[in-house]
Design a protein around this ligand. Structure first.
Ligand code: DGP
Length: 120
């Protein structure tokens, strides 16, 4: 488990800590959810662990509760957004080739339109 809990210069740590005024659409013990600044679908919410982990590669066995909590929050977001029955996508980008731009683990929750298109 990483020693660092939050980073003062990390935008997602600051949002999770309430320091930016970004409205949360949902939250849980270990994660917060807020709308993506550049939505790619009618619903595009980011689920972000409160604790700073740079990306999926930093998740360790001791983080199982954190990850389960975050994914559970993603399902709750889908339910609240009304996209659970129609279907939705949860994804995380890890590293430059995947297009990760914010180095704090986050899960995109996307839905509200057909998503069964080739991954870009
Ligand atoms: P990724 O490419 O997987 O690292 O996705 C990062 C996403 O985070 C990107 O879609 C835009 C979003 N984002 C970046 N900065 C902010 C911010 O300050 N507020 C919000 N709401 N979203 C942000």
């Amino acid at each position: 488990m990483a020693v660092t809990e939050t980073l003062p210069d990390c935008i997602f740590c600051r949002i999770a800590g309430g320091g930016t005024g970004t409205p949360l659409v949902a939250e849980s013990e270990h994660a917060v959810a807020f709308r993506d600044l550049h939505p790619q679908a009618p619903t595009h919410v980011l689920v972000v662990p409160r604790r700073h982990l740079a990306a999926l590669r930093e998740v360790e066995a001791g983080d199982a509760v954190l990850v389960a909590d975050a994914l559970g929050l993603a399902v709750e977001v889908a339910r609240r957004e009304g996209i659970l029955d129609g279907g939705y996508r949860v994804l995380t980008n890890d590293g430059a080739d995947a297009g990760q731009t914010v180095p704090h683990l986050h899960f995109h929750v996307l839905g509200g339109r057909p998503l069964h298109v080739p991954l870009g």
